[in-house]
Write a protein that binds this ligand. Structure first.
Ligand code: SF4
Length: 253
């Protein structure tokens, strides 16, 4: 349960891949999963076949469920859709190596939520500060379009990830699919919290923790090329987040 796991313990469990029992919704109450899927997770037949194709074609790529990238004791969790084929699926870190990552990481650096330099590589030394980044679906989907069954299959990992961060105050959903998967992870009705760019939704977990769910259009190449999402619009969402949660300066040294 979130209220009984401190940050150090949660991180130890995450590191060891041990199982977290969480109670964020009825579905997850009945099962116990790790916050990180195994590299050979076989829950989604279609995505496993696609993973095997990528493993055969690109032996030097990561080609596995992409783990959450997290600072210690994050207060903000950013939830994207899924790894890009030549982005996170190649590099092994969420949003790293593709167009969406450039806007996201540059924004995190601007707002003090990351330190270092983003160089589109997992070994670029970039560190997150007070936040974590994950995806609603951990494996790369064909044409960036996971099936509803695949989103549901992967939700226990999202729920376990949320549960592993006891100091969480806010979640930023990048796009409607991430928004809806977060709501379902908490057992909330979608109609009570409609997705809207710039939207803020307050709710309490069953454990009594208060959280805010922020919404943004996904920072994808398509959305930025079409003008659906501009850097300014994206920054406004982070202005709202900064107004709600305290971002501590990154530790030096
Ligand atoms: S998308 Fe999630 S549930 Fe499906 S195979 Fe990958 S890790 Fe497993």
């Amino acid at each position: 349960m979130r209220s009984k796991i401190n940050a150090g313990e949660a991180q130890r469990l995450r590191d060891k891949g041990l199982q977290l029992q969480i109670r964020s919704n009825d579905t997850i109450d009945r099962e116990s999963v790790s916050a990180e899927p195994p590299r050979d997770c076989a829950r989604c037949e279609r995505l496993v076949a696609f993973r095997h194709e990528a493993q055969a074609a690109h032996r030097d790529w990561f080609n596995a469920p992409v783990p959450t990238f997290a600072a210690a004791e994050p207060r903000l969790l950013i939830v994207g859709l899924a790894p890009g084929l030549r982005g996170a699926n190649r590099t092994g870190r969420p949003f790293t190596g593709d167009f969406a990552g450039t806007l996201l990481y540059e924004t995190l650096l601007t707002y003090g939520l990351a330190t270092g330099t983003y160089a589109e590589r997992i070994d670029d030394g970039l560190q997150l500060n007070g936040c974590a980044i994950t995806n609603a679906v951990r494996c790369v989907p064909l044409q960036n379009k996971p099936l509803p069954s695949e989103i549901a299959n992967c939700r226990p990992y999202l729920s376990a990830t949320i549960a592993s961060f006891p100091k969480l105050e806010a979640i930023l959903a990048l796009g409607r699919i991430a928004h809806e998967s977060v709501l379902r992870a908490f057992g909330l009705k979608l109609s009570d919290f409609p997705f809207a760019h710039g939207g803020e939704h307050r709710f309490s977990t069953r454990e009594g923790t208060s959280l805010v769910l922020f919404d943004s259009y996904h920072c994808s190449r398509y959305n930025t090329n079409t003008g659906r999402l501009t850097a300014s619009m994206f920054h406004q969402v982070f202005d709202s987040i900064r107004a709600r949660i305290e971002i501590q300066p990154a530790a030096v040294g």
